[in-house]
Design a protein around this ligand. Sequence first.
Ligand code: FAD
Length: 471
Amino acid sequence: MRKRNQHVTIIGGGLTGLSAAYYLKREIQNQQLEVELSLIEASPRLGGKIQTVRRNGFTIERGPDSFLERKESAPQLVKDLGLESKLVNNATGKSYVLANDKLHPMPEGAVMGIPTQIMPFVTTGLFSVGGKARAAADFLLPAKNINGDQSLGQFFRRRLGDQVVENLIEPLLSGIYAGDIDQLSLMSTFPQFYKVEQEHRSLILGLKKSTPKSNQTYKAERKKGIFQTVQGGLQTIIEAFEENLSDINLLKGTKVLDIKKSDDKYEITLSNGDKMESDSIILAAPHTVVPAILKDHALFDYFKAMPSTSVATVAMAFPKNAVRMDQEGTGFVISRNSDYTITACTWTHKKWPHTTPDDQVMLRAYVGKPGDQAIVDQPDDVIIKTVMDDLKRIISIDVDSPNFAYVTRWKQAMPQYHVGHKEKIKRIKDRMKDVYPGIFLSGASYEGIGLPDCIDQGKTAVQHVLQFLSE
Ligand code: FAD
């Protein structure tokens, strides 16, 4: 039977914690539960990695800039928050891979770099004849049944060869995970590709069969892109959360220092010296925080060893007439072996026209790669100059510096799901049911780093809390 006056605390006010708070509040209201809800955020602002700057008609994302529309939880959340009319899809356009000092159009029909159409792969200048022949071996190679996990690199190199991996798959995946493809876990990132291999043997043939038309030929005809954001930037979502959650106990600028079990409750110690009691907790802060606040147990040793990588985003504004691009498109990624510091660049004014005044250009570059993140620690002017030098090798920029630039360092911010991650998380979560009943881990460190994955995890944590409180 449900107890009265229960208290649930959410730790971390990034997208995961805010989604959990929003959906839990909705359930409390719908089910008329006597549950008090608190959210505690260490920084003075909500949103975590979501940070938007609005300046003179520009909308500048310092962290994430969009989410995949087909992962339904994100557009659904935007609708739930009453922001549906503000949803914007990206403008479609060619994207490129920089390899051998040349921008090559992304081969049509590539799904995460895996071909689903033959001709664009046959004709692309991204790979040598030998590289293409090696990729074609995918048609013949048997499926390899692996009991457990393997790295993305191991999997894709075996199926498609090193060239396709280094010139296409790696730069695309690095753009998402900022990690080393030869260490990242297949089962924690793209288990569907393993399934395709088991079911169809050939990745190319399997994906061709299983990929909806929308991702293949139809893509060229579509007017809308596959990513979405909202007008005013992703911060608009955070502002809507803040308004919606104004009636819960929301503490900003307050860090959780410690959680201790006391009888059938938890005692939470805050950085302002206060202590509070809670029946259940959603821990939606990065994994590095967990062993620091749940100190009693060796259970979280994996989190002490689990790495996170550092990147920086560099958003730069130029007058339109100062930048000339020979290629029409929305941006490029850079192949693994190229001698550039930047790893990718979005032509933001093209991909998201609503973010940039008509007479301006906005470029957003990434720096920091696995094994070489020292650039992220350099002063702003050094980073900007490095990015400018790289960009000038690729596109024509007639000025020495941008009108303005925002350098945002994301230190140890990209959690790395190395081989075996999924199993380790499952084991930890299973053990927590006995050791810390009622505490639930949720967020980018565990089961998906994309914004929709974070929303999904927040929602799942809400279901776990409700189940726990009713036991
Ligand atoms: P966070 O946003 O990290 O929030 C955790 C919160 O916990 C923080 O606010 C922190 O201050 C708080 N906290 C920490 N310790 C404590 C404590 N002791 N007490 C209280 N609070 C605490 N994903 C996409 O889908 N699309 C993209 O375009 C995209 N681009 C990205 C670009 C960059 C540069 C980065 C860094 C990430 C990007 N991602 C993208 C990934 C995505 O942004 C993140 O995975 C997601 O925002 C993480 O949300 P979260 O709530 O789990 O964690």
